[in-house]
Design a protein around this ligand. Structure first.
Ligand SMILES: [Zn+2]
Length: 1023
C-alpha cells in the first residue's frame, strides 16, 4: 500500500486527536477554589490575604503571584482509576506557568503544573467522604526575558475528578510514539512504511463510528494488541541502547529567587516520589546537595521518602559539586570546596552511594585543571551539554577522554539530544520530552564512533524543575520495543556511563581546557558580584589560615561549623546563573545579603583567631598570602609613616608566606618619587620609570633592570575603550565578535592631579568623563615594587556598552599565558584557525602575561575575569552593562584595581605580585610570637590553602606545582608535627609522609596538586 497516496499518517494523527480526550472516561466537578494570596515564596498558607472564589473559565491571576487555592472533592465509588484534573492556566513559554504543591487532607502529594495537570488518586479516597484539596504555589513570570509589566492573566478551566481509561491511554501513547517514529524516519526507510502499515491495521480494528459508545471502548484492547503484535513482527528496535534517565534541570536561581527553588524542588521531588509509587521501573537522577539540604529543612516528610528511594537505588544522587557551579570565576580553593561540600554532604546523608559523575550540563566552560580535581576526589565521569552551544567549532567526539593540565584523564560525555537554538550550529539539550526526533537524534547526533553503542538521554521537564510525567514514562516504555528507534532502557546515569567507559578504549583524547565559544559576557556581567565573590574567597582564605595558626591541632567544632556555613553560601552563589550575572534583579538582592553575611562571619572568626595569636599592646602584621609580603604595608587608621587616605603606609620587613610578626618599621630601600615637568608627570622607583601626559595617558613605562620599554613603539598605555555591545541573543550572557564594529576611545581627562608624593607611594588621580559616566583612576607606584596599580572607581550610567582597558606592549609572542585555578594555560595571540578565532574573550583568574625571552608584561586584576590578548595588545574587560534579564545591570558604582607589571619573564614574580595585589598584609591588635606554621624552599610551589581539617584532627595544607617543573620540594614546619599524611580532596588519608627534622621532602610532578593532613605533636610549641 502506498501510504503517501492514502495519507495514512495524517489520518492516524486525526484519529488519535479524536480519541485522546476520551482517556477521561468520566468526570465529576470540583467546587470552585477559594484563593488566598501570599506575600512571598516562603510565606505559609493561612498567612495571606483572601481574594474570594475563583470562577471556572475566569482569568484568576497575573504573573509572579504566590497563591493558595483551596477546594474539596469526593471520588465517585465507581471510578476505577480516579485522578484530579487541574488545568490552572498556561501563560506562555517554558518558564511561565503556575505550579503548586498539591495537598490532600493536609498531606503534600504531588506537583500540579503545566506538565502535571493530571494527578492520579489512590482508590482508597473513593470512600464516599469529602477530602480537602490545597494548592500552594506561584504563577511564574511572563515572557522571555520576563516582562514585569506584561498584563497577561491565567485562565483557569473547570477542574474535575476524572476516571482514567488506562487501556485507552496506553494505546494512545503507543500509537503516538509509533506514528512519531514513522514520520521521523527517512521516507526511503522501509521501516517507515511498515510502521504505518501496523498503525493502519490497528486503527481499522478500532470502532470510532461512535466515540462515546460502548463499542468504541470494547474495541480498544483488540486494536492495542494488533498494534503491539504488528510492531513486534516488523522486528526489534535498533541495536543501540539509549539509557533514559529521569531528570529535572533545576536552576537554583534564575528567573526566580533561591526561595522559589526551595518550593520548586519540593514540588518536583513529590512528583518523582509519586511516579515511583506508580511504576517500579522508573528511576530519577538528581544533582545539587544544596537542594537536598533545603528539602531536608523545609519538607522533612518529603525528604524521608527521598532517603528511602535512594536506599532502594531508584533515586540516584549525583552531581559532584554543592551546586551546578560556574567554573570560570570561582577560585581554585572554591572549586575544591564545591566538590568537598557536595560529596561529603551526600556521603554523610545517604552513605556511599553518589554516582562518581561531575554533572555540569549547563555551565559555561571548564578549566584545564578540573580533571585533576575530579581524580583527587573520586569523580570518574564528566558530563556537560553546553560545549555543544559553541558558536563555531564542534567537539570532535561526543564521548572522549579529557586530559587535564597535569595529565589526569577522565571520561567526558557531551550530551547529544538535539535542540533548536537560534543562531547556533549544533546545539543539544539536557532535557527531553522523548519525541522521536530527540530519541533517534540522540543517537544519530552522537559522534563517539562505532565502538560506542550506549547513549544517554535525560528526560523530564526542566529549567526550574517539573521532571518526568506519567506519560513520559509510558513513552519510554513504548520505545523499548519500537522498530526504527534505539532500544530505550529506563535507568540511572551511573550504569550508562559505566557502559560507555567499557567501550572507550579507542576514544580520542582532548588535552586542553573545555572553552565555551559563547556566553563570554558572563565573565564580566554584574561586576559587583565578581568582586564580592573574589573578596569572599579571600576573606575565607585569610580566616582559615589564621584559624589554623590559632588552633593547629584542630579547630573547635563550632568554628568549623561556621566556616562550613560560610563556604556553603559562597558555593551557592557560584551557581551558573548567579555568579555569572544572568538572573533577574531579586536574585542579586539576595546574593548581596549573603556576601555581607560571609564577610561578617569571616571577620568575626578571624578576630577570634587573632585574639589567640596576639595579646597585649601594640600592633602585629599577618601576611595571609602564600608569598612573601610587600615591604610596604597599609595600616588602616595608622598615623606612622606616609599618611594616605584611610590610614598610613609604612615600610616594614617583608613577612614570609603566612607569616606573623610585631609591627616593625624600616626605611624603604629606594623610595618612590613623582615629578612634574611641564605637562608631563614622572613616577619612579628603583624598578620602573613611568610617564603620564596631561591627558592622563600612559606615555612610557621603562623597566630599569633590563632597560626595556614596556609599551610598544609610539604606543600609549591604559587606553580605555567603549564598545557598543548588543549581542544577537543572550544579552547578559554574550559578547559577540562584532562588538568591535563600533568603538570609541575614552580619551581626554577632565583633571589630572598629584595626590601622593612618596616616599612610600606616589599617585596621580585622573578623572575622565564619558557620556553620562565618570571614571576616576589613581595611578599608583609603590616603593620597592615594579607593579603599577590603576585603582579605579566608576559611576557608570551607560547601557549596552562594554568597557575595556588596553595595553599595547613591546613583546612578540604567539601565545599568552593566563592564570587558571591551580595552574595556568597558554592560548594563541593570533586567529589562525576557527578554534583560535573563537577565543576572542577568555577567562583568567588573577593575571594574564605576555612574555618573550627575558622580558614580559603581565596585567593583574583584583576582581576581573575576561581578557583578550591579540598580537601584542593585552586587554581586560571592565564593565558590560546589559539590560536583560536585569534592566539595571552594572549601573552605578564600580570599584576595582588592575595592575601592569613589567618583568624579566619571571612567572614567580607575576604570581607573587598578583597575590600581593589581592591579598595584602592585615594589621591586628597585640604582639604576636606566632611563627609561620609551614614554609617551602621552592618558588614554583604555591602553598595555596591552610584550612582546618573537616573532622577537627589537625589541618590541611593544599599546595601545587605552578611552573611545569618536576622535582623535589622541602616543607619545613614551624612547630613539631606528629604525623603528616597525603590525603584526597575529601580529606581521606592515603599515605603517610616521613617527617625528618620537623619537615617533609616531597617530589612533585608538573602542576600536581597535593593535600597534606598535618597533625601537630601534642604540646609541641613553635621555635
Ligand atoms: Zn541552568
Amino acid at each position: 500500500m502506498n501510504h503517501d497516496l492514502r495519507f495514512t499518517s495524517e489520518k492516524i494523527a486525526k484519529r488519535i486527536a479524536l480519541i485522546r480526550p476520551l482517556i477521561h472516561r468520566a468526570r465529576h466537578p470540583l467546587p470552585e477554589f477559594d484563593f488566598e494570596e501570599l506575600t512571598d515564596a516562603m510565606a505559609k498558607p493561612g498567612s495571606g490575604t483572601p481574594r474570594g472564589t475563583v470562577a471556572w473559565d475566569s482569568y484568576w491571576a497575573g504573573q509572579d503571584t504566590h497563591f493558595v487555592l483551596r477546594s474539596r472533592f469526593d471520588v465517585p465509588q465507581n471510578y476505577a482509576n480516579p485522578a484530579l484534573y487541574l488545568p490552572l492556566g498556561v501563560a506562555g513559554d517554558i518558564f511561565t506557568h503556575p505550579e503548586a504543591l498539591l495537598h490532600i487532607d493536609g498531606q503534600a502529594l504531588a506537583s500540579a503544573d503545566r506538565h502535571h495537570q493530571l494527578i492520579p488518586l489512590d482508590r482508597a479516597l473513593a470512600d464516599g467522604a469529602e477530602h480537602a484539596l490545597m494548592l500552594h504555589g506561584w504563577t511564574g513570570l511572563t515572557g522571555w526575558p520576563p516582562d514585569p509589566r506584561n498584563p497577561a492573566r491565567l485562565q483557569i478551566r473547570p477542574c474535575h475528578v476524572v476516571d482514567v481509561d488506562r487501556g485507552l491511554r496506553d494505546f494512545v501513547v503507543l500509537a503516538e510514539v509509533a506514528l512519531d517514529v514513522a514520520t521521523t524516519l527517512d521516507p526511503s526507510d522501509r521501516l517507515r512504511d511498515r510502521t504505518l502499515q501496523a498503525l493502519d491495521a490497528a486503527f481499522v480494528t478500532l470502532d470510532t463510528r461512535d466515540p462515546l459508545g460502548d463499542a468504541f471502548r470494547a474495541s480498544v484492547p483488540g486494536a492495542h494488541e494488533a498494534l503491539k503484535s504488528a510492531l513486534a513482527e516488523i522486528g526489534p528496535p535498533d541495536a543501540e541502547t539509549l539509557h533514559a534517565v529521569g531528570h529535572a534541570h533545576m536552576d537554583i536561581a534564575y528567573l526566580w529567587p533561591v526561595d522559589q527553588i526551595r518550593q520548586k524542588n519540593a514540588r518536583t521531588s513529590s512528583n518523582v516520589l509519586r511516579l515511583m509509587e506508580q511504576d517500579a521501573e522508573f528511576h530519577f537522577s538528581h544533582s545539587q546537595p544544596q537542594l537536598y539540604d533545603y528539602t531536608a529543612r523545609d519538607f522533612p516528610e518529603i525528604f524521608e521518602r527521598i532517603k528511602q528511594r535512594v536506599a532502594e537505588g531508584r533515586w540516584e544522587v549525583m552531581g559532584g559539586m554543592w551546586v551546578e557551579s560556574d567554573c570560570n570565576i570561582p577560585g581554585g580553593e572554591a572549586l575544591v570546596r564545591q566538590i568537598l561540600l557536595g560529596r561529603s554532604y551526600f556521603r554523610d546523608t545517604f552513605g556511599d552511594v553518589e554516582t562518581p559523575v561531575l554533572w555540569l550540563p549547563d555551565t559555561f566552560g571548564f578549566p584545564w585543571s578540573l580533571p585533576q580535581l575530579m581524580k583527587l576526589s573520586g569523580l570518574e565521569y564528566f558530563v556537560t551539554n553546553k560545549l555543544n552551544w559553541n558558536q563555531y567549532n564542534r567537539m570532535p567526539s561526543s564521548a572522549m577522554w579529557w586530559q587535564g593540565l597535569d595529565g589526569s584523564r577522565v571520561l567526558a560525555q557531551f550530551l547529544t539530544t538535539p535542540r533548536e537554538v537560534q543562531h547556533l550550529p549544533f546545539p543539544t539539550n539536557y532535557k527531553s520530552d522523548l519525541s522521536a526526533a530527540e530519541v533517534i537524534g540522540t543517537v544519530t547526533n552522537a559522534t563517539s564512533g562505532p565502538d560506542v553503542s550506549d547513549f544517554l538521554i535525560a528526560y523530564g521537564y526542566g529549567d526550574g524543575g517539573g521532571g518526568p510525567t506519567e506519560e513520559l514514562i509510558l513513552k519510554a516504555r513504548a520505545y523499548a520495543a519500537m522498530p526504527g528507534a534505539p532500544k530505550v532502557q529506563m535507568g540511572r546515569i551511573g550504569p550508562a556511563l559505566d557502559a560507555i567507559r567499557d567501550q572507550s578504549a579507542r576514544l580520542p583524547v582532548w588535552n586542553d581546557e573545555l572553552y565555551l565559544e559563547g556566553h563570554r559576557g558572563t565573565l564580566t556581567s554584574q561586576a559587583w558580584i565578581k568582586r564580592a565573590n573574589r573578596l569572599a574567597e579571600r576573606a575565607m582564605h585569610d580566616t582559615e589560615a589564621a584559624i589554623v595558626m590559632a588552633w593547629p591541632e584542630g579547630a573547635p567544632q563550632e568554628v568549623r561549623a561556621r566556616l562550613t556555613a560560610a563556604w556553603r553560601l559562597i558555593c551557592l552563589n557560584q551557581f551558573h546563573d548567579i555568579l555569572t550575572g544572568t538572573s533577574i534583579p531579586v536574585v542579586f538582592e539576595d546574593a548581596r545579603r549573603d556576601y555581607e553575611q560571609v564577610q561578617a562571619e569571616a571577620k568575626a572568626l578571624c578576630q577570634m583567631a587573632f585574639a589567640r595569636l596576639a595579646q597585649g599592646d601594640g600592633t602585629s602584621l599577618f601576611n595571609p598570602a602564600p608569598v612573601a609580603s610587600s615591604p610596604v604595608a597599609f595600616l588602616p587608621d595608622g598615623t606612622e609613616g606616609q599618611t594616605v587616605e584611610g590610614g598610613s603606609l609604612i615600610a616594614t620587613p617583608p613577612l614570609p608566606a603566612y607569616g606573623m610578626a610585631p609591627l616593625a618599621e624600616t626605611a624603604p630601600r629606594i623610595p618612590v618619587s613623582i615629578t612634574r615637568n611641564g605637562d608631563s608627570f614622572t613616577l619612579e622607583n628603583d624598578h620602573v620609570r613611568l610617564t603620564v601626559d596631561q591627558t592622563g595617558t600612559l606615555t612610557g613605562l621603562c623597566h630599569l633592570a633590563t632597560g626595556r620599554e614596556a609599551l610598544g613603539p609610539g604606543e600609549t598605555g591604559n587606553q580605555l575603550w567603549a564598545f557598543e555591545d548588543r549581542p544577537i541573543s543572550w544579552d547578559a550572557w554574550d559578547i559577540d565578535v562584532f562588538h568591535e564594529d563600533r568603538s570609541e576611545r575614552i580619551d581626554a581627562a577632565a583633571e589630572v592631579e598629584i595626590i601622593e608624593s612618596g616616599p612610600l607611594r606616589a599617585a596621580l588621580r585622573v578623572t575622565r568623563l564619558y557620556r553620562n559616566s565618570r571614571i576616576t583612576q589613581e595611578i599608583r607606584l609603590t616603593a620597592d615594587s615594579p607593579r603599577v596599580d590603576f585603582v579605579t572607581e566608576i559611576d557608570w550610567a551607560e547601557q549596552h556598552t562594554l568597557l575595556k582597558v588596553a595595553f599595547p606592549v613591546d613583546v612578540h609572542q604567539s601565545r599568552a599565558t593566563y592564570e587558571i585555578q591551580w595552574g595556568e594555560i597558554e592560548r594563541p595571540t593570533h586567529r589562525n584557525t576557527t578554534w583560535d578565532y573563537a577565543r576572542f574573550e577568555v577567562p583568567a583568574q588573577k593575571w594574564a602575561d605576555l612574555s618573550e625571552g627575558g622580558f614580559g608584561v603581565a596585567l593583574l586584576n583584583d576582581c576581573k575575569y575576561g581578557y583578550d590578548i591579540r598580537e601584542n595588545v593585552i586587554r581586560l574587560t571592565l564593565v558590560k552593562s546589559s539590560t536583560s534579564p536585569d534592566p539595571g545591570a552594572d549601573q552605578g558604582h564600580h570599584r576595582f584595581t588592575y595592575a601592569l607589571l613589567p618583568h624579566t619573564a619571571d612567572p614567580a614574580l607575576v604570581r607573587a605580585e598578583a597575590r600581593r595585589l589581592n591579598d595584602p598584609v592585615i594589621a591586628l591588635p597585640g604582639r604576636t610570637t606566632a611563627a609561620p606554621l609551614v614554609s617551602c624552599d621552592a618558588d614554583n610551589v604555591v602553598l595555596e590553602t591552610l584550612k582546618p581539617a573537616e573532622d577537627g584532627e589537625g589541618f590541611i595544607l593544599r599546595l601545587y606545582e605552578a611552573d611545569r617543573r618536576r622535582g623535589p620540594v622541602r616543607l619545613a614546619f614551624g612547630r613539631a608535627m606528629q604525623a603528616v599524611t597525603i590525603c584526597d580532596l575529601l580529606e581521606n588519608e592515603l599515605a603517610p609522609v616521613e617527617i625528618e627534622d620537623n619537615g617533609v621532602s616531597l617530589t612533585l610532578k608538573p602542576f600536581e596538586i597535593l593535600s597534606l593532613r598535618c597533625r601537630p605533636a601534642v604540646g609541641g610549641g613553635g621555635d
